[in-house]
Design a protein around this ligand. Structure first.
Ligand code: NDP
Length: 317
């Protein structure tokens, strides 16, 4: 049995791992089989993480965090958690491989998942013109006409990045003003390849084997028009990834895991949560990293409060 298992490998999970490992608690990090490193693996330049005045590529930042955690003794497993048994003193984490690992404490840092439009053909055309990741798929749209849906920082970042490949990038937004920060808005608005389509919702996706176009419905007057497209990138935000803890941990009305005050303490003793999965508002790499630190320190206090007999069962004791 371990002292600590960390579920998730974004900035929250890896920062928690760095702290817990430096406290000689040798955590196991279940990093996911395909999404190890979390959302920053799908990002290009990260310009606002302190300490990198020239910016750093998202995947590069995550590799550094992983290396830092491993250097202090964290073990990283590229597998997915299928089941969490969190109720007793000894927590059980069952993986996709079928293995079950035990620990005295668990940190849930599962982040958030891309939001979908929720319209017909979205899943069928995913990977065939419909994408949630410009850095992954942008390369396939050289000299094409594409669109990004959304009005936040992600949509601006994706649109700006996609101008490297596409000839034309529409930004389709359901309102007439953007939620994105001013610097990201300005960058997109000043780009000659980007054209904004205001007050429009994507209401249908067309194409047999690949996307050929979309139907746009005006959100003000309800009028409908068609737009021919080779690709559509959906950047309309994220939802906290809580499926593993439904009916096990208390959630907030926003759907994030509920924690006590500014701590990482969830509704169950020995279970801690950190990062985007507890944060409906800020959702930055640096706030997730700070949240991972809080969870690691809370775990240390929790372990120190446990009876010696229980602690003696875990490695390292
Ligand atoms: P946001 O929640 O900030 O924005 C989502 C956007 O999508 C909004 O404009 C919203 O519209 C729109 N939207 C939501 N649901 C739908 C829907 N069903 N149909 C159509 N449009 C929809 O998400 P982001 O992913 O952009 O950003 C999340 C967080 O990450 C933010 O805090 C952001 O600052 C941060 N971030 C920072 C970056 C950076 O600094 N480099 C890069 C990327 C993200 P509406 O405005 O009408 O609500």
């Amino acid at each position: 049995m371990r002292q600590v298992i960390i579920v998730g490998s974004g900035p929250a999970g890896y920062t928690a791992a760095i702290y817990v490992a430096r406290a000689s608690l040798a955590p196991l990090v279940v990093a996911s089989s395909v999404e190890a490193g979390g959302e920053l693996m799908n990002t290009t330049d990260v310009e606002n993480f302190p300490g990198f005045p020239d910016g750093i590529m998202g995947p590069d930042l995550m590799q550094r965090m992983q290396a830092q955690a491993e250097k202090f003794g964290a073990e990283i497993l590229l597998d997915d958690v299928m089941e969490l048994d969190l109720a007793g003193d000894i927590k059980r984490v069952t993986l996709g491989s079928g293995e079950t690992h035990e620990a005295l404490a668990v940190i849930v840092a599962t982040g958030s998942a891309y939001r979908k439009l929720g319209i017909e053909n979205e899943d069928r055309l995913s990977g065939h013109g419909v994408s949630w990741c410009a850095t992954c798929d942008g390369f396939f749209f050289r000299q094409k006409t594409i669109a990004v849906v959304g009005g936040g920082d992600s949509a601006m970042e994706e649109a700006t990045f996609l101008t490297r490949f596409a000839d034309k990038v529409y930004v389709i937004h359901r309102k007439d003003s953007l939620r994105a920060s001013k610097i990201m808005q300005d960058r997109a608005m000043n780009d000659p390849k980007i054209e904004f389509v205001w007050n429009a919702g994507v209401t249908a996706l067309h194409g047999d084997t690949a996307l050929t176009g979309v139907t746009l419905t005006d959100t003000v007057d309800g009028s409908v028009r068609e737009l021919d497209l080779d690709g559509l990138f959906i950047a309309i935000g994220n939802d906290p990834r809580t499926h593993l803890v439904h009916n096990k941990l208390d959630l907030t009305p926003e759907g994030t895991i509920a924690v006590k005050g500014r701590s990482s303490l969830t509704s169950l003793p020995g279970v801690f949560a950190a990062g985007d999965v507890i944060d409906p508002s800020y959702r930055q790499a640096i706030t997730a990293a700070g949240s991972g630190t809080v969870a690691a320190l809370d775990v240390e206090h929790y372990l120190a409060s446990l009876p010696a007999e229980l602690l003696a069962q875990a490695v390292p004791a």
